[in-house]
Design a protein around this ligand. Structure first.
Ligand SMILES: C[S@@+](CC[C@H](N)C(=O)[O-])C[C@H]1O[C@@H](n2cnc3c(N)ncnc32)[C@H](O)[C@@H]1O
Length: 403
Protein backbone atom coordinates (compact mmCIF):
# COMPACT_ATOMS: atom_id res chain seq x y z
CA UNK A 1 0.00 0.00 0.00
CA UNK A 2 1.61 3.21 -1.12
CA UNK A 3 0.78 6.90 -1.07
CA UNK A 4 3.32 8.67 -3.26
CA UNK A 5 4.10 12.34 -3.66
CA UNK A 6 5.12 13.62 -7.12
CA UNK A 7 3.83 14.33 -10.57
CA UNK A 8 2.07 11.16 -11.72
CA UNK A 9 3.90 11.37 -15.03
CA UNK A 10 7.16 10.96 -13.12
CA UNK A 11 5.93 8.15 -10.88
CA UNK A 12 3.74 6.05 -13.19
CA UNK A 13 6.73 4.81 -15.25
CA UNK A 14 8.27 3.45 -12.03
CA UNK A 15 5.29 1.14 -11.37
CA UNK A 16 5.48 -2.47 -12.49
CA UNK A 17 3.86 -3.48 -15.79
CA UNK A 18 0.66 -5.61 -15.63
CA UNK A 19 0.36 -5.18 -11.87
CA UNK A 20 -2.84 -3.24 -11.25
CA UNK A 21 -6.45 -4.46 -11.51
CA UNK A 22 -8.18 -1.07 -11.51
CA UNK A 23 -7.12 2.48 -12.31
CA UNK A 24 -9.51 5.22 -11.24
CA UNK A 25 -8.62 8.76 -12.29
CA UNK A 26 -10.25 11.94 -11.07
CA UNK A 27 -7.86 14.41 -12.66
CA UNK A 28 -8.26 18.15 -13.24
CA UNK A 29 -11.26 18.43 -15.61
CA UNK A 30 -9.99 21.32 -17.79
CA UNK A 31 -12.12 23.85 -15.90
CA UNK A 32 -9.44 26.51 -16.42
CA UNK A 33 -9.57 27.63 -12.80
CA UNK A 34 -7.98 27.00 -9.44
CA UNK A 35 -10.11 25.02 -6.98
CA UNK A 36 -10.11 26.06 -3.32
CA UNK A 37 -11.84 24.80 -0.20
CA UNK A 38 -11.41 25.37 3.51
CA UNK A 39 -11.81 22.71 6.18
CA UNK A 40 -14.91 22.90 8.37
CA UNK A 41 -12.93 24.33 11.30
CA UNK A 42 -11.51 26.95 8.90
CA UNK A 43 -7.95 25.99 9.90
CA UNK A 44 -6.66 24.88 6.48
CA UNK A 45 -7.27 25.79 2.87
CA UNK A 46 -6.62 23.13 0.23
CA UNK A 47 -6.35 23.92 -3.44
CA UNK A 48 -5.25 22.56 -6.80
CA UNK A 49 -4.76 24.22 -10.16
CA UNK A 50 -6.68 23.27 -13.28
CA UNK A 51 -5.31 25.93 -15.66
CA UNK A 52 -3.85 24.98 -19.02
CA UNK A 53 -2.33 26.96 -21.86
CA UNK A 54 -4.57 25.13 -24.32
CA UNK A 55 -6.82 22.12 -24.77
CA UNK A 56 -4.00 20.51 -26.79
CA UNK A 57 -1.66 20.78 -23.81
CA UNK A 58 -4.31 19.19 -21.55
CA UNK A 59 -5.03 16.33 -23.95
CA UNK A 60 -1.38 15.65 -24.61
CA UNK A 61 -0.75 15.40 -20.84
CA UNK A 62 -3.72 13.03 -20.50
CA UNK A 63 -2.54 10.92 -23.39
CA UNK A 64 0.79 10.34 -21.64
CA UNK A 65 -0.95 9.52 -18.36
CA UNK A 66 -3.35 7.10 -20.08
CA UNK A 67 -0.57 5.26 -21.92
CA UNK A 68 1.16 4.68 -18.61
CA UNK A 69 -2.09 3.54 -16.99
CA UNK A 70 -2.58 1.04 -19.79
CA UNK A 71 0.95 -0.28 -19.28
CA UNK A 72 0.50 -0.93 -15.54
CA UNK A 73 -2.97 -2.48 -15.93
CA UNK A 74 -3.30 -6.26 -15.90
CA UNK A 75 -4.88 -7.84 -18.97
CA UNK A 76 -8.08 -8.38 -16.96
CA UNK A 77 -7.94 -4.83 -15.62
CA UNK A 78 -10.17 -1.79 -16.13
CA UNK A 79 -9.88 1.97 -16.08
CA UNK A 80 -12.54 4.40 -14.84
CA UNK A 81 -11.94 7.98 -15.99
CA UNK A 82 -13.90 10.67 -14.15
CA UNK A 83 -14.58 13.90 -16.06
CA UNK A 84 -17.29 16.43 -16.74
CA UNK A 85 -18.78 18.50 -19.56
CA UNK A 86 -15.62 20.63 -19.80
CA UNK A 87 -13.73 18.04 -21.86
CA UNK A 88 -15.67 14.75 -21.72
CA UNK A 89 -16.20 14.69 -25.49
CA UNK A 90 -12.45 15.03 -26.18
CA UNK A 91 -11.51 12.54 -23.49
CA UNK A 92 -13.84 9.87 -24.90
CA UNK A 93 -12.03 10.13 -28.25
CA UNK A 94 -8.66 10.00 -26.49
CA UNK A 95 -9.66 6.94 -24.47
CA UNK A 96 -10.85 5.25 -27.67
CA UNK A 97 -7.47 5.89 -29.25
CA UNK A 98 -5.44 4.60 -26.26
CA UNK A 99 -7.59 1.64 -25.19
CA UNK A 100 -9.41 0.89 -28.45
CA UNK A 101 -13.09 1.61 -29.01
CA UNK A 102 -13.86 -2.11 -28.73
CA UNK A 103 -12.74 -1.95 -25.10
CA UNK A 104 -15.20 0.80 -24.26
CA UNK A 105 -17.59 -0.70 -21.71
CA UNK A 106 -19.80 2.06 -20.31
CA UNK A 107 -20.40 5.74 -19.92
CA UNK A 108 -21.47 6.04 -16.30
CA UNK A 109 -23.53 9.06 -15.38
CA UNK A 110 -23.08 10.03 -11.76
CA UNK A 111 -26.25 12.00 -11.01
CA UNK A 112 -26.86 14.04 -7.89
CA UNK A 113 -29.26 16.71 -6.72
CA UNK A 114 -28.36 20.39 -6.80
CA UNK A 115 -30.55 23.36 -6.05
CA UNK A 116 -28.71 26.42 -7.32
CA UNK A 117 -30.63 28.35 -9.95
CA UNK A 118 -28.29 31.25 -10.52
CA UNK A 119 -27.23 30.37 -14.05
CA UNK A 120 -29.35 30.67 -17.18
CA UNK A 121 -29.96 27.28 -18.78
CA UNK A 122 -30.25 23.71 -17.53
CA UNK A 123 -28.93 22.94 -14.07
CA UNK A 124 -25.85 20.77 -14.39
CA UNK A 125 -26.29 17.83 -12.00
CA UNK A 126 -24.15 15.00 -13.31
CA UNK A 127 -20.57 14.01 -14.04
CA UNK A 128 -19.32 11.34 -16.41
CA UNK A 129 -17.13 8.33 -15.69
CA UNK A 130 -15.81 6.44 -18.73
CA UNK A 131 -15.23 2.73 -18.13
CA UNK A 132 -12.77 0.95 -20.48
CA UNK A 133 -11.22 -2.48 -20.08
CA UNK A 134 -7.71 -3.38 -21.13
CA UNK A 135 -8.96 -6.42 -23.05
CA UNK A 136 -12.16 -8.32 -23.80
CA UNK A 137 -11.25 -10.67 -20.96
CA UNK A 138 -11.87 -8.23 -18.12
CA UNK A 139 -12.94 -8.88 -14.55
CA UNK A 140 -16.51 -7.82 -13.78
CA UNK A 141 -18.65 -8.55 -10.74
CA UNK A 142 -22.34 -8.02 -11.46
CA UNK A 143 -24.12 -6.37 -8.58
CA UNK A 144 -27.89 -6.59 -8.39
CA UNK A 145 -30.24 -3.97 -7.08
CA UNK A 146 -33.84 -4.32 -5.93
CA UNK A 147 -36.66 -4.31 -8.48
CA UNK A 148 -38.53 -1.05 -8.79
CA UNK A 149 -41.87 -0.87 -6.97
CA UNK A 150 -43.69 -1.01 -10.33
CA UNK A 151 -42.18 -4.39 -11.27
CA UNK A 152 -44.70 -7.20 -11.08
CA UNK A 153 -42.49 -9.86 -9.46
CA UNK A 154 -44.87 -12.80 -9.90
CA UNK A 155 -44.95 -12.13 -13.64
CA UNK A 156 -41.17 -12.12 -14.12
CA UNK A 157 -40.86 -15.42 -12.25
CA UNK A 158 -42.50 -17.18 -15.23
CA UNK A 159 -40.55 -17.97 -18.41
CA UNK A 160 -41.70 -16.21 -21.57
CA UNK A 161 -41.28 -16.86 -25.26
CA UNK A 162 -42.45 -15.40 -28.57
CA UNK A 163 -45.41 -17.13 -30.16
CA UNK A 164 -45.86 -17.65 -33.92
CA UNK A 165 -47.08 -14.05 -34.30
CA UNK A 166 -43.99 -12.60 -32.58
CA UNK A 167 -45.99 -11.77 -29.46
CA UNK A 168 -44.37 -12.40 -26.06
CA UNK A 169 -46.40 -14.98 -24.13
CA UNK A 170 -45.89 -17.04 -20.96
CA UNK A 171 -44.14 -20.33 -21.63
CA UNK A 172 -46.10 -23.45 -20.65
CA UNK A 173 -45.26 -27.16 -20.97
CA UNK A 174 -47.34 -29.66 -22.99
CA UNK A 175 -49.68 -30.08 -20.05
CA UNK A 176 -50.26 -26.34 -19.90
CA UNK A 177 -48.28 -25.96 -16.70
CA UNK A 178 -46.33 -22.74 -16.09
CA UNK A 179 -42.57 -22.98 -16.70
CA UNK A 180 -40.46 -21.04 -14.23
CA UNK A 181 -37.89 -18.56 -15.55
CA UNK A 182 -34.25 -18.67 -14.42
CA UNK A 183 -33.68 -17.53 -10.84
CA UNK A 184 -33.92 -13.73 -10.66
CA UNK A 185 -31.46 -11.90 -8.45
CA UNK A 186 -32.72 -8.38 -9.05
CA UNK A 187 -31.83 -5.74 -11.62
CA UNK A 188 -28.11 -5.41 -12.50
CA UNK A 189 -26.66 -1.97 -11.83
CA UNK A 190 -27.39 0.41 -14.67
CA UNK A 191 -25.00 3.06 -15.99
CA UNK A 192 -26.85 5.89 -14.22
CA UNK A 193 -25.81 6.15 -10.60
CA UNK A 194 -27.73 8.33 -8.19
CA UNK A 195 -25.31 8.93 -5.37
CA UNK A 196 -25.68 12.08 -3.27
CA UNK A 197 -22.91 14.66 -3.37
CA UNK A 198 -21.14 14.97 -0.02
CA UNK A 199 -23.13 17.53 1.93
CA UNK A 200 -21.19 20.22 3.83
CA UNK A 201 -21.85 18.46 7.15
CA UNK A 202 -21.01 14.91 6.00
CA UNK A 203 -18.71 13.13 8.47
CA UNK A 204 -16.35 11.97 5.71
CA UNK A 205 -15.88 15.46 4.24
CA UNK A 206 -12.32 16.61 4.87
CA UNK A 207 -12.43 19.99 3.11
CA UNK A 208 -10.59 18.94 -0.05
CA UNK A 209 -11.89 20.62 -3.22
CA UNK A 210 -13.93 18.30 -5.47
CA UNK A 211 -13.68 15.45 -2.94
CA UNK A 212 -15.73 12.47 -4.16
CA UNK A 213 -18.00 10.29 -1.99
CA UNK A 214 -16.55 6.98 -0.76
CA UNK A 215 -19.81 5.30 -1.84
CA UNK A 216 -19.09 6.14 -5.47
CA UNK A 217 -15.60 4.65 -5.29
CA UNK A 218 -16.81 1.59 -3.42
CA UNK A 219 -19.20 0.82 -6.25
CA UNK A 220 -16.45 1.11 -8.88
CA UNK A 221 -14.06 -1.03 -6.84
CA UNK A 222 -16.70 -3.69 -6.12
CA UNK A 223 -17.67 -4.21 -9.75
CA UNK A 224 -14.12 -4.31 -11.13
CA UNK A 225 -11.93 -5.95 -8.48
CA UNK A 226 -11.84 -8.72 -5.90
CA UNK A 227 -10.40 -8.61 -2.43
CA UNK A 228 -6.58 -8.51 -2.55
CA UNK A 229 -6.47 -6.82 -6.01
CA UNK A 230 -4.56 -3.56 -6.45
CA UNK A 231 -6.28 -0.25 -7.13
CA UNK A 232 -4.33 2.75 -8.47
CA UNK A 233 -5.36 6.42 -8.32
CA UNK A 234 -2.79 8.70 -10.00
CA UNK A 235 -4.65 11.89 -8.88
CA UNK A 236 -5.67 10.70 -5.42
CA UNK A 237 -6.27 14.12 -3.80
CA UNK A 238 -7.62 13.56 -0.29
CA UNK A 239 -7.38 9.79 -0.81
CA UNK A 240 -11.05 8.84 -1.30
CA UNK A 241 -10.18 5.92 -3.61
CA UNK A 242 -7.55 4.65 -1.19
CA UNK A 243 -9.93 4.80 1.77
CA UNK A 244 -12.62 2.92 -0.20
CA UNK A 245 -10.02 0.32 -1.29
CA UNK A 246 -8.83 -0.13 2.28
CA UNK A 247 -12.40 -0.53 3.59
CA UNK A 248 -13.00 -3.22 0.95
CA UNK A 249 -9.75 -5.12 1.59
CA UNK A 250 -7.97 -4.12 -1.64
CA UNK A 251 -4.33 -3.06 -2.02
CA UNK A 252 -3.88 0.53 -3.15
CA UNK A 253 -1.42 2.96 -4.70
CA UNK A 254 -2.18 6.68 -4.58
CA UNK A 255 -0.23 9.48 -6.27
CA UNK A 256 -0.65 13.22 -5.98
CA UNK A 257 1.57 16.19 -6.84
CA UNK A 258 0.34 18.14 -3.79
CA UNK A 259 2.09 17.35 -0.51
CA UNK A 260 -0.92 18.67 1.47
CA UNK A 261 -3.16 16.21 -0.36
CA UNK A 262 -0.76 13.34 0.38
CA UNK A 263 -0.62 14.23 4.11
CA UNK A 264 -4.41 14.43 4.20
CA UNK A 265 -4.80 11.08 2.42
CA UNK A 266 -2.35 9.44 4.84
CA UNK A 267 -4.27 10.86 7.78
CA UNK A 268 -7.60 9.65 6.40
CA UNK A 269 -6.18 6.17 5.90
CA UNK A 270 -5.21 5.85 9.57
CA UNK A 271 -8.83 6.35 10.60
CA UNK A 272 -11.18 5.85 7.65
CA UNK A 273 -14.53 7.59 8.13
CA UNK A 274 -17.46 6.95 5.82
CA UNK A 275 -20.81 8.72 5.80
CA UNK A 276 -23.74 6.36 5.38
CA UNK A 277 -26.15 7.99 3.00
CA UNK A 278 -29.59 7.85 4.60
CA UNK A 279 -30.99 8.83 1.24
CA UNK A 280 -29.55 5.73 -0.41
CA UNK A 281 -30.39 3.22 2.27
CA UNK A 282 -33.90 4.32 3.02
CA UNK A 283 -34.86 5.84 -0.33
CA UNK A 284 -35.65 9.39 -1.30
CA UNK A 285 -39.15 9.28 0.13
CA UNK A 286 -37.91 8.47 3.65
CA UNK A 287 -37.22 12.17 4.10
CA UNK A 288 -40.81 13.06 3.42
CA UNK A 289 -42.83 13.33 6.58
CA UNK A 290 -45.91 15.24 5.45
CA UNK A 291 -49.17 13.29 5.50
CA UNK A 292 -51.33 12.99 2.39
CA UNK A 293 -53.85 15.26 4.09
CA UNK A 294 -51.24 17.98 4.65
CA UNK A 295 -49.95 17.64 1.10
CA UNK A 296 -53.50 18.00 -0.25
CA UNK A 297 -54.00 21.20 1.76
CA UNK A 298 -50.69 22.64 0.54
CA UNK A 299 -51.57 21.73 -3.02
CA UNK A 300 -54.95 23.42 -2.74
CA UNK A 301 -53.24 26.78 -2.06
CA UNK A 302 -50.36 26.16 -4.49
CA UNK A 303 -47.77 25.81 -1.73
CA UNK A 304 -44.63 23.67 -1.78
CA UNK A 305 -44.11 21.39 1.22
CA UNK A 306 -41.29 21.94 3.72
CA UNK A 307 -40.02 18.83 5.51
CA UNK A 308 -38.49 18.63 8.97
CA UNK A 309 -39.47 22.09 10.19
CA UNK A 310 -41.50 22.21 13.37
CA UNK A 311 -43.11 25.57 12.62
CA UNK A 312 -43.58 25.81 8.86
CA UNK A 313 -45.30 23.23 6.64
CA UNK A 314 -44.78 24.95 3.32
CA UNK A 315 -44.26 28.08 1.29
CA UNK A 316 -46.54 29.54 -1.34
CA UNK A 317 -45.03 29.04 -4.75
CA UNK A 318 -45.29 32.80 -5.40
CA UNK A 319 -44.05 35.62 -3.21
CA UNK A 320 -46.42 38.28 -1.84
CA UNK A 321 -45.09 41.84 -1.62
CA UNK A 322 -41.70 40.58 -2.74
CA UNK A 323 -41.27 38.14 0.18
CA UNK A 324 -41.86 34.42 0.75
CA UNK A 325 -45.15 33.35 2.35
CA UNK A 326 -44.85 30.66 5.00
CA UNK A 327 -47.74 28.29 5.69
CA UNK A 328 -48.64 26.34 8.81
CA UNK A 329 -51.37 23.74 9.00
CA UNK A 330 -53.03 23.58 12.39
CA UNK A 331 -52.21 20.19 13.94
CA UNK A 332 -54.63 17.88 15.67
CA UNK A 333 -54.97 18.83 19.35
CA UNK A 334 -53.34 22.19 18.64
CA UNK A 335 -55.15 25.42 19.44
CA UNK A 336 -54.85 28.33 17.04
CA UNK A 337 -52.78 30.42 19.42
CA UNK A 338 -50.09 27.70 19.68
CA UNK A 339 -50.10 27.22 15.91
CA UNK A 340 -49.77 30.97 15.42
CA UNK A 341 -46.84 31.28 17.82
CA UNK A 342 -45.00 28.39 16.14
CA UNK A 343 -45.54 29.89 12.70
CA UNK A 344 -44.34 33.33 13.85
CA UNK A 345 -41.22 31.91 15.50
CA UNK A 346 -40.24 29.70 12.57
CA UNK A 347 -40.85 32.50 10.05
CA UNK A 348 -38.72 35.05 11.90
CA UNK A 349 -35.58 34.39 9.88
CA UNK A 350 -37.45 34.06 6.56
CA UNK A 351 -38.47 37.70 6.12
CA UNK A 352 -42.10 36.83 5.42
CA UNK A 353 -44.37 39.83 4.92
CA UNK A 354 -47.40 37.51 5.05
CA UNK A 355 -47.94 34.13 6.75
CA UNK A 356 -50.83 31.73 6.28
CA UNK A 357 -52.31 29.64 9.05
CA UNK A 358 -54.67 26.92 7.82
CA UNK A 359 -57.37 26.08 10.38
CA UNK A 360 -58.21 22.36 10.20
CA UNK A 361 -60.65 21.97 13.09
CA UNK A 362 -62.79 24.10 15.30
CA UNK A 363 -61.49 25.02 18.67
CA UNK A 364 -63.41 26.82 21.35
CA UNK A 365 -61.46 30.00 20.66
CA UNK A 366 -62.12 32.02 17.56
CA UNK A 367 -60.57 35.41 17.87
CA UNK A 368 -60.02 37.94 15.19
CA UNK A 369 -56.41 37.08 14.55
CA UNK A 370 -56.32 39.01 11.31
CA UNK A 371 -56.63 42.20 13.31
CA UNK A 372 -54.47 41.09 16.18
CA UNK A 373 -51.60 39.91 13.98
CA UNK A 374 -51.93 41.67 10.63
CA UNK A 375 -49.21 39.57 9.01
CA UNK A 376 -51.08 36.29 9.59
CA UNK A 377 -53.92 35.32 7.29
CA UNK A 378 -56.12 32.57 8.74
CA UNK A 379 -57.98 30.41 6.26
CA UNK A 380 -60.00 27.22 6.67
CA UNK A 381 -59.10 23.91 5.07
CA UNK A 382 -61.67 22.67 2.50
CA UNK A 383 -62.89 19.79 4.68
CA UNK A 384 -63.55 22.20 7.53
CA UNK A 385 -65.47 24.51 5.22
CA UNK A 386 -67.59 21.55 4.04
CA UNK A 387 -68.13 20.29 7.59
CA UNK A 388 -69.27 23.71 8.76
CA UNK A 389 -71.56 24.17 5.78
CA UNK A 390 -73.21 20.79 6.41
CA UNK A 391 -73.74 21.66 10.05
CA UNK A 392 -75.19 25.03 9.16
CA UNK A 393 -77.58 23.34 6.75
CA UNK A 394 -78.67 20.89 9.45
CA UNK A 395 -79.41 23.78 11.79
CA UNK A 396 -81.42 25.54 9.07
CA UNK A 397 -83.38 22.33 8.38
CA UNK A 398 -84.11 21.80 12.07
CA UNK A 399 -85.22 25.42 12.51
CA UNK A 400 -87.50 25.34 9.47
CA UNK A 401 -89.02 22.00 10.58
CA UNK A 402 -89.79 23.61 13.94
CA UNK A 403 -91.75 26.41 12.27
C1 LIG B 1 -10.01 16.39 -8.66
S1 LIG B 1 -8.72 16.28 -7.55
C2 LIG B 1 -8.88 14.67 -6.91
C3 LIG B 1 -9.87 14.59 -5.78
C4 LIG B 1 -10.00 13.20 -5.18
N1 LIG B 1 -10.67 12.29 -6.06
C5 LIG B 1 -10.72 13.24 -3.85
O1 LIG B 1 -11.80 12.61 -3.69
O2 LIG B 1 -10.23 13.92 -2.96
C6 LIG B 1 -7.35 16.20 -8.63
C7 LIG B 1 -6.02 16.03 -7.94
O3 LIG B 1 -5.03 15.88 -8.94
C8 LIG B 1 -3.81 16.38 -8.42
N2 LIG B 1 -2.90 16.61 -9.57
C9 LIG B 1 -2.98 17.56 -10.53
N3 LIG B 1 -2.00 17.37 -11.44
C10 LIG B 1 -1.30 16.28 -11.05
C11 LIG B 1 -0.20 15.57 -11.57
N4 LIG B 1 0.39 15.97 -12.70
N5 LIG B 1 0.22 14.48 -10.93
C12 LIG B 1 -0.38 14.07 -9.78
N6 LIG B 1 -1.41 14.71 -9.22
C13 LIG B 1 -1.88 15.80 -9.85
C14 LIG B 1 -4.24 17.63 -7.67
O4 LIG B 1 -3.28 18.00 -6.69
C15 LIG B 1 -5.56 17.18 -7.06
O5 LIG B 1 -5.37 16.69 -5.77
Amino acid sequence: MKVLHDDCLTLLPTLEEDSVQLVYLDPPFFTQKEHFLRTRDNSTEYSFKDNWRSLEEYLSFMQNVLSQCKRVLKKSGSIFFHCDKAAAHHLRVLLDSVFGSKNFQSEIIWAYKRWSNTKKGLLNSHQTIYFYSKSADFKFNTIYTAYSPTTNIDQILQARRRNGFGKVVYHRDEEGQVILAKEKKGVPFSDVWSIPFLNPKAKERVGYPTQKPILLLERIIQISTDSGDTVLDPFCGSGTTLVAAKLLGREYIGIDSSIEAIRLAEKRLTEPVKTDSQLLFTGETSYLEKTDYERAILKSIDALPVERNSGIDGFLRSYIEGSPVSVRIQKQNEDLETAKQKLLRASQSKNCAVMILVRTHRTTEWLNYAQEEPKIMIIDSYDLVIEEWLERRKTIEVTSADK
